[in-house]
Design a protein around this ligand. Structure first.
Ligand code: 13P
Length: 235
């Protein structure tokens, strides 16, 4: 399974180093077989010596090698550290920072062409969820417009906006129903994200079409994150 942590705008370079070392040690001691992904903020990108199943990725980058894009990083800044994993289309980038579907697709195409592992995020806002499952499906599928779903290094994260950072996870039934419908279109691994906690990890990972979790808030504490890895190991 894939157990992923999105630090968002949390942790420093120093605390990320301590965090990664803890995760590395924990996975080694427990001989964890999980795919563990961690997305620290851009200021903490660095060269990390890790086994193949633990990977550090970037939360965002501009689809360019280098250039004049103030505040952004490009391929050159990522490659300095040999990083090969990227998050694209997170709802905070779409809804807070105004990233369009067109830009998400451009980023996807660019980093696909560079052979990156891409965690591509989709998810509906609350008013769409309230409109019912058909509206949810239509909305999520629209967020796949321009995305090559046949890319072998694609992972899709279903993260309903109303469940992110709210402490209110989607229910097992809602996740199950949505992932089952998405599975008809998406063959890539499917993650769920949105207020996942150690206490809810098992029931979510047991959902048939769920291949892992993408965790924000709860995972910023390394003990919680290790606990989630351990839970995945027991399944
Ligand atoms: P929370 O776990 O804080 O709800 O965040 C989920 C998320 O957005 C992961 O990308």
């Amino acid at each position: 399974m894939i157990i992923a942590s999105n630090f968002k705008t949390n942790h420093t370079r120093q605390s990320t180093r301590i965090y990664m070392e803890r995760v590395r040690q924990f996975a080694q001691e427990t001989k964890s077989a999980q795919d563990i992904l961690v997305f620290p903020p851009a200021t903490a990108l660095d060269t990390y010596t890790l086994p193949e199943n633990i990977r550090v990725g970037v939360q965002n980058a501009y689809p360019v090698e280098k250039g004049s894009f103030t505040g952004e990083i490009g391929l050159e800044q990522i490659e300095e550290f040999g990083l090969r994993t990227i998050l694209v289309g997170h709802s905070e980038r779409r809804h807070i920072l105004g990233e369009s579907q067109e830009l998400c697709a451009q980023k996807y195409d660019y980093f696909k062409a560079k052979g990156f592992e891409i965690v591509y995020c989709i998810g509906e806002p609350e008013e769409v969820r309230k409109a019912g499952i058909d509206a949810v499906l239509t909305y999520n599928l629209e967020q796949l417009e321009g995305i090559d779903l046949g890319y072998e290094k694609l992972i899709v994260a279903y993260e309903p906006v109303w469940a992110i950072g709210t402490g209110l996870s989607a229910s097992v039934e809602q996740i199950d129903e949505t992932l089952t419908k998405l599975r008809e279109t998406i063959k890539a691994p499917l993650l769920y994200g949105g207020s996942v906690k150690p206490a809810t990890t098992k029931e979510i990972l047991e959902i048939e079409n769920c291949d892992g979790v993408l965790v924000g808030t709860a995972s910023w504490d390394v003990d919680n994150f290790c606990q989630m890895i351990e839970i995945a190991d027991t399944l």
